[in-house]
Design a protein around this ligand. Structure first.
Ligand code: ATP
Length: 284
């Protein structure tokens, strides 16, 4: 369902949010919303401000301009990009679950079961595979039954088939718990198909849109397998603006005339290698 058609309760909304640190704008003009039951994916090159925007969304960081509004008593769970674990100390999966706060045995068992690793409760965290580790982190987050689940690069260190399985799991968690999901993706072009809204960041919101499943692409079916077509979607976006040194952007209309304003443009998803090349140039 498109975001505009939704009337589910609003969990968080960013309105022109910006953060100033170390003498520069890390991000500026960031606006998006996440509603209950909605999956919003932030994409963008390294350093684009994805984590910064997610941190403003959950209230870990305060915006220096603009507004961030959260639903009253919003319960968020955040799975960060990096977790420092001292591998010199033995740590079981079960213990990892309660490192940041107590949980009942039942909640632990249910959460591990829901992500398919109940059998690894007593396993040492340092021996887990990439996919198992990400599942353990997910279990720790969902055990607290959040309204908003924020996942920073949840498929890192996971191969494509593991990535597809994790995306299916995230969709299932959203369906079962009815929470909103804010996902940060490491990939500029492939997002989980269940994503309702993609927000492309590059210091500001470059564009937003709804991804469409690419079922006709033979190349992608070969690359990811038929099952992937249900879980992944390509996201094509065109950048039609120039970045200004103060963090603002100048948009350019079809006739090539420049306008000094922040641009937010909706685009649809489809396969396009040229767009990929252009994004990588923009990212540089
Ligand atoms: N507290 C801070 N002080 C100064 N600069 C910061 C701070 N936090 C982040 N940055 C910088 O802000 C920019 C955006 O960082 P952020 O982590 O949000 O990017 P990202 O899009 O999540 O990147 P990646 O894909 O590499 O994880 C980076 O250039 C980063 O170095």
């Amino acid at each position: 369902m498109k975001t505009s058609e939704r009337d589910d309760p609003l969990l968080v909304s960013l309105d022109n949010a910006g953060m100033w640190r170390s003498g520069r704008w890390l991000v500026r003009g960031v606006s998006f919303t996440v509603r209950r039951g909605e999956i919003v994916t932030l994409i963008g090159p390294n350093g684009a401000g994805k984590s910064t925007s997610a941190k403003m969304a959950i209230g870990v960081s305060k915006p220096d301009e603009g507004n961030v509004r959260r639903a009253p008593e919003l319960k968020t769970a955040y799975v960060p990009q990096k977790i420092n674990i001292d591998h010199a100390l033995p740590l079981t999966v079960k213990r990892l679950m309660t490192l940041t706060g107590p949980l009942s045995r039942r909640d632990i068992d249910e959460a591990l079961d829901s992500v398919g690793i109940a059998h690894l409760a007593g396993a040492e965290v340092q021996n887990l595979s990439g996919g198992e580790f990400q599942r353990a982190l997910l279990a720790r987050a969902v055990a607290r039954k959040p309204d908003l689940l924020v996942l920073d690069e949840p498929v890192q260190g996971v191969d494509y088939s593991g990535e597809i399985a994790l995306y299916e799991l995230i969709s299932e968690i959203r369906r079962r718990q009815g929470c909103g999901v804010l996902l940060i993706s490491h990939d500029l072009h492939v997002v989980m198909a269940a994503t309702d809204t993609v927000v492309c960041l590059n210091g500001h919101v470059c564009c937003t849109g709804t991804p469409e499943a690419v079922s006709s692409s033979e190349a992608y079916q070969t690359l990811f397998g038929a099952r992937a077509m249900g879980a992944l979607a390509l996201y094509r976006h065109e950048h039609d603006h120039t970045h200004l040194p103060d963090g603002r952007v100048t948009s350019v209309d079809r006739a090539g005339h420049a306008h000094g304003r922040t641009s937010v443009n909706p685009h649809s998803a489809s396969e396009n290698a040229d767009a990929k090349k252009k994004d990588e140039q923009d990212a540089g």
